[in-house]
Design a protein around this ligand. Structure first.
Ligand code: BTN
Length: 325
């Protein structure tokens, strides 16, 4: 990767025209270096307009994180997080899982502008164009064992719903176990990976992918309806403020989760459930499809599904839910 690509993209992030000459002068490089760096950006899926006499322009502003703005947005919560911003990583989850094994501190938050191998649930890839999504992972260490963390991913979904409500985005719903939907379209996904013993202590790498402004090509590559915050917030969207709000709400929700368990969040979660009381289908890891009515969630985060035979529990794992309405 060309080492000037990200510095140039930061200069272009405002969506305005910048001449090759001006970009080269700002960075103290030649125009050929600028051109090469921008070729690399195009390989990463960034569309660039180039107009003779005016220079280069992005089709829309990029939503890049600014460390100082995130720190400011964290307010009193600032000391609880150690923020690490990367231009490029394979996957923030993969990176932080490694760091966690090497002793990274509780509260370490790793964000990347561009993930080359973003991981989704059920072995899928997570697609987000460069600067088009908020992609980050948070390391949270627990005294309890990994076995007691079954409701964690649901709790994290709730923190996202609260953060978005604070930012003025209402009507966001949760789809068990932890997708965020707006009018049935996916806004964010959560992937939690665990380390440690079943009896404790344990560590969770909480990976969050939140759509900010998905380019058409990325939308087309995703096999389900999607929505982004640009559509919901318009010009008020600021990636750093979004990250700060999510982290503050995560700190609050995780504290409740640690001290009182998911039970303390269970009713609020059900109130936000997209398909509460509705007919749904569960897609099981072995390919079976199970039909029933989503009756709610148990105190450990398991889904309660009712059918003619009664109510059964399903633990999140690799199960996926669809509306059957
Ligand atoms: C899902 O499939 O819905 C979960 C998606 C989780 C994506 C995020 S992006 C940041 C973090 N790093 C990854 O590689 N994945 C998670």
């Amino acid at each position: 990767m060309n080492s000037y690509t990200f510095p140039i993209l930061r200069l272009l992030a405002d969506g305005q025209f910048h001449s090759g000459e001006a970009l080269a002068a700002r960075l103290g490089v030649t125009r050929a270096t600028v051109w090469n760096a921008l070729q690399d950006a195009e390989k990463m899926g960034v569309t660039l307009f180039s107009v003779r006499g005016r220079g280069y322009r992005l089709p829309y502003p990029l939503h890049l994180l600014d460390e100082a703005q995130v720190a400011q947005g964290l307010k009193d919560y600032r000391a609880r997080f150690a923020l690490q911003l990367f231009d490029q990583l394979d996957s923030t989850n993969a990176h932080l899982m490694n760091e966690a094994a090497n002793g990274a501190a509780h509260g370490t938050c790793v964000a990347a502008t561009w993930q080359t191998a973003g991981r989704g649930r059920r072995g899928r890839a997570w697609q987000a164009g460069l600067g088009a999504g908020l992609t980050f992972s948070l390391l949270w260490r627990f005294q309890c064992g990994a076995g007691a963390l079954s409701g964690l991913s649901l709790a994290v979904g709730l923190a996202l719903v609260r953060a978005l409500a604070e930012l003025g985005v209402t009507g966001v719903a949760l789809k068990w176990p932890n997708d965020l939907l707006f009018e049935g379209r996916k806004l964010a996904g959560i992937l939690i990976e665990l380390q440690g013993d079943m009896d404790g202590p344990s560590a969770a790498v909480i990976g969050i992918g939140l759509n900010l402004h998905l380019p058409a090509a990325v939308r087309e590559a995703i096999d389900q309806p999607v929505v982004d915050l640009q559509e919901l917030l318009g010009s008020k969207l600021n990636a750093s403020e979004v990250l700060a709000a999510v982290l503050r709400h995560l700190a609050d929700v995780l504290q409740v989760f640690e001290t009182r368990g998911f039970e303390a969040l269970q009713q609020e979660w059900m109130d936000a459930h997209a398909y509460q009381g509705q007919p749904v289908r569960l897609l099981m890891p072995d390919g079976r499809m199970i039909h029933g009515v989503a009756a709610g969630v148990a105190g450990d985060g398991a889904l309660l599904l009712t059918d003619a035979q009664g109510t059964r529990r399903y633990a999140a794992g690799e199960i996926s839910m669809r509306s059957a309405a």
